[in-house]
Design a protein around this ligand. Structure first.
Ligand code: SF4
Ligand code: FES
Length: 371
């Protein structure tokens, strides 16, 4: 290394692979891009396997198999098997729809380590309405029973927003009833379809704060029985989240067609060129793709982040949100109370919540790719 070269970055901890954008559900809070990728554009089995081998060689510990619905891939068992053989901890992030007992048994036998199951509501009517799929509730519960029956750890993912925020307590009960070891109460983050549906999803501040208090109390009460993690709503926060653990610090996202990015929404930032795993190894991308280096570390920051004592805690928040809300990807995330845009964002969120309006635009594969 010469005096002018930056040291190579530490390895990523995990790689999140969006195996496909196909999905049986139509959740309005989906963070997938509005322009969903076509099945014909998806990487083939051998390329995904090579990506897993490269992830392990790079030092990654986990692979998160996501989508869309990852089990829509016919090769899901082969992919799990290969990832497990590479020594990666395999986490399936799923709607639980369409997983037969046979497929489940094959995935377990192939080496699956963990399943993360989404619920859109804590009762049948809400769940099936917000997932835009009649019968989803029963299928999800059956999937949860298969996971716990096999002795695998189950995480329940509850994505909450205005239509279901009042169910936070019921989500805790549901997670306990299903035998989950972990519950993630994730307030909707406004990217992709969720951004398009923001007016219909934004909760009022008072209700949001009550939900946060409820989760904190439940977490304390259930210590040792159920781990409860929470993603707080950005627009009402004092400080932003360290998005993706910091740009190019902990994680790589790979899109169905092989684009490698530091986060799922990075493509929305103009001027960045994301390399494709079809052309480059994951290691080359991690170390050398200028897009990964664009916001890595703290050198790119401006004021108020540059001299802030939280700059290596939240890494300036989210670049994609800074672009979407402040028009500048290098700005302080407007979710931060030190951002000059923060008051405007908070007022906008409050106004949207109070108006209580907004037609829901259901996530639709057909609508954006015409498939
Ligand atoms: Fe984080 Fe920047 Fe806000 Fe400081 S000013 S809390 S580093 S976003
Ligand atoms: Fe891209 Fe936050 S989603 S940095």
């Amino acid at each position: 290394m010469t005096a002018h070269q930056a040291p190579p970055p530490a390895p990523p901890i995990g790689v999140l692979v969006e195996l496909t954008h196909r999905c049986p559900l139509g959740c309005p809070h989906c963070s997938n891009p509005l322009a969903l990728e076509r099945p014909a554009a998806e990487l083939d089995t051998e390329t995904w396997k090579r990506v897993f081998s490269e992830a392990a060689a790079l030092g990654a510990l986990h692979v998160h198999l996501s989508g869309g619905e990852p089990t829509a891939r016919r090769d899901i068992v082969a992919l799990i098997r290969h990832a497990a053989q590479c020594g990666l901890y395999t986490n399936l992030i799923t709607s639980g729809i369409g997983v037969s007992a046979k497929l489940w048994a094959e995935m377990v036998e192939a080496g699956l380590d963990h399943a993360q199951l989404s619920f859109q509501g804590a009762d049948e009517a809400t769940n099936d309405r917000l997932g835009h799929y009649q019968g989803a509730w029963a299928k999800k519960r059956a999937f949860a029973a298969m996971v716990t029956g096999a002795g695998l750890p189950l995480t329940v993912n509850a994505v909450v927003s205005r239509p279901n925020l009042h169910q936070v307590g019921a989500f805790v009960d549901l997670a306990l009833e299903l035998g989950a070891r972990r519950l993630e109460v994730a307030h909707t983050q406004y990217y992709g379809w969720a951004l398009a549906n923001r007016a219909a999803l934004m909760p009022p501040r008072a209700e949001t704060e009550a939900a946060i208090r409820l989760v904190e109390a439940a977490r304390e009460k259930l210590k040792g029985r159920l781990v409860i993690d929470m993603v707080v709503p950005d627009y009402y926060a004092r400080y932003p989240k360290p998005c993706a653990g910091g740009w190019g610090r902990l994680a790589i996202n790979v899109s169905p067609s092989g684009k490698a990015m530091p986060c799922h929404a990075a493509e929305t930032i103009p001027g960045l060129e994301f390399w494709n795993v079809r052309d480059k190894s994951l290691g080359d991308i991690w170390r050398d793709n200028p897009a990964f280096n664009a916001f890595r570390g703290a050198d790119w920051m401006r004021e108020p982040c540059r001299t802030c004592d939280r700059r290596e805690i939240d890494w300036g928040g989210c670049r994609c949100q800074a672009l979407a809300l402040a028009g500048d990807a290098a700005a302080t995330d407007p979710a931060c109370s030190k951002s000059p845009h923060h008051a405007r964002i908070e007022a906008m969120a409050a106004a949207e919540a109070e108006a209580g309006a907004g037609e829901i635009r259901w996530r639709s594969y057909k609508e954006t790719v015409g498939a």
